[in-house]
Design a protein around this ligand. Sequence first.
Ligand SMILES: O=C(O)CCC(=O)C(=O)O
Ligand SMILES: [Fe+2]
Length: 323
Amino acid sequence: MNDRTADFRLSAEELATFEEQGFIGPIKVYEPEEMEKRWNQIRRAIPDRSRAIYPEDALGAVTNLSNYDRHLDIDLLSEHIMQQAIVERVSSILGPDLLCWRTEFFPKYQGDEGTDWHQASTFAHSSGRPQIRWPAQNNAPAFGGTITAWTAFTHSTRENGCLQLMPGTHRVMNYDESLGMSYNPDTINKREKDNVRRGFFGYDYRELQKDPDWRPDESKAFSLVMQPGECVIFWSTLMHGSLPHTGSKKDYRMGFATRYVPTQVEVYPDLGDVSEYGGTIPLDNYASVLVAGKDEYGHNTLTDQNRRGHRFSPWDFREAYSG
Ligand SMILES: O=C(O)CCC(=O)C(=O)O
Ligand SMILES: [Fe+2]
């Protein structure tokens, strides 16, 4: 078990705010200099896919799938998903038994469109098949979802495409993820939505709207300007997106999203592969990581080490606080 160095449990007040707003943060995970050092190392490790769990030729032409799950082969990312400042806060929300089921890089480079507004509960939106399934009973939220911890690996500003959220929107789904969207990579960087250059990595998220005449209320948008090493924790069912990158070439933004669910959730239920963003990744080498507590359900394939042998040692928040 990991050594505890601090107490990052959310207070009753912070929890109430989280429940009301659907997010908490920004919070500091790393000092900016420390983040810059780590990002430099991670950046240099990314091109080597020799131990990545998805083969290069499965990824398709557009990069989204290549950005998945590098915490399973890059040590600094394996460490990142276990950061106490993140995991303990997520545990305050979801309970003591936690899985990390997905990580994703979200880069924005000069000229890139913003990410269009969206909400995710099953993550079926792009592939057409649910990627997480909550049990119907007990403490499940009204319509599933995951907790995402989005960490700014570089500065995140309005000019370089910072993340945006609409506080308090996590309890009503405006989208039906089962409707299906058509993939058209030629539309990337070419469209405007309500006068802002936004898109969804080759999809049009607005095809999923329950009411075709509804529009996201831009006046509710909250822009998350963040220092390197800061993180925001939010329900994936919260309305979120990002601004286009209108800044300089040097000033790219790099977000890293880590997605957590409690152990009773089924990850990739009945799926052998994932087809989205123009590629198909086999799940043969896929496993979730137990980041805290125990798995008493056995729904999911877990791994206790990454593909270089770095061990994942889960936190035990229950034990530490019961004394
Ligand atoms: O970083 C972005 O532009 C989008 C991030 C996002 O949609 C997510 O983390 O779920
Ligand atoms: Fe998202």
